[in-house]
Design a protein. Sequence first.
Length: 434
Amino acid sequence: MLAAMSASPLPSPSPGGARARSSGDACPGALRLHRADDGALARIRIPGGVLTPRQAGVLGSAAERFGDGELHLTSRGNVQLRGLAPDCGAELAGLLDGAGLLPSARHERVRNVVASPLSGLDGFGTVDIRPWLTGLDRLLCASDSTTALSGRFLFALDDGRGDVDALGADLTLVGDGDGSALLRVGTGDAVLRVPSADGPRAALTAADAFLDAARATGAWRVKDLPGETRDALSADVARRLRQTVPGCSPEQRPRPLAASPPAHGRVPGTRHGDALSVGVPLGRLDPAQWRLLSGGGELRLTPWRGAVVTGIAAHRADGLLDELSAAGLITGPGSPWAGVGACIGQPGCVKSLADVRAQAGAAVGPAGRLPVYWSGCERRCGHPHGEWIDVVATPGGHRVSHVRADRTAVAVATVRDDPDALAAAVAAARGPSA
């Protein structure tokens, strides 16, 4: 049954609602496994989503050896292994450490860094963020203070195109046309201009300032701080940077509200071999798909549950694209799976009220203008940013809402016990693709 359309806001908790520390940080990692309904879960942080062929091969082997064989991509470009035996932790950690995926046991859960996935490949952007990525990760792992950061705290490195700046990270470095970097603290319009080479050090200074501000409030993230404390944090970061970074100056630069993920297909303009960008339906890769993706050069996992494969010989690119398409990955425009996401749902999560992955698959229709995300409960784990259609399983059915770029949400429909009506409501809410 389809309930009447309503323009009232979504009931709380709304997507992305603030969280304060009421207990210890329970975010899973590679060394701290999380018990789920389908077995233990490991989350491996991969700064910038960048994997060498060897590292990708080790992850694939670990998934098959210890888990359900699948690799699950997250909205931060990380990888989760599921269905793990509860006693495999030490052996898994040794395997990851040998591949360079655990540079610091004390810091492995705070290495949350997203980065523009096409940086240095397609000629767009104003800076190649790779020096920032390696520099920031090295500084994070060398700092005693950063071990206190929450596993939810997020850094973003944007090469100037605005893609990951739109994700609303806690600390964002953005490349600018004059070769400098802009540091954004939280999601406000205020930025601090610093020399590009000082960008990683400036981000670390800002992280230390956040930790000082968070001690009194118990905040996990910048957005969790009370408003007056957020304002004071920005001023404190500016004060600290003026003391240590020559040429630091405050400016205003509005944060883009809509991100543009890499288009699927061949990446134009690459200089060192071809590159391919593909989407992964529901972020889930089976062993054969992972082997296809990781059989080329460097692999870059994206915050949109996709992957960019680099270093492909020109004569091999079209054939590999065809193989990836035949394997079920998204390799071009118009795929009905483009923009469709879901949390793990039942049976993997005890809190989920529905098998939302199966429901999302059953409702897949023509490509839509807006992304859609299916959640098994009000937590909406892994939901996208910007504008999307929000489908949440509730005790009374599925609530379909339109979340706008300003984070306001408007109810569209409530559907009860009717898969066809649910699919129609989602398709109508998404709108036709351009």
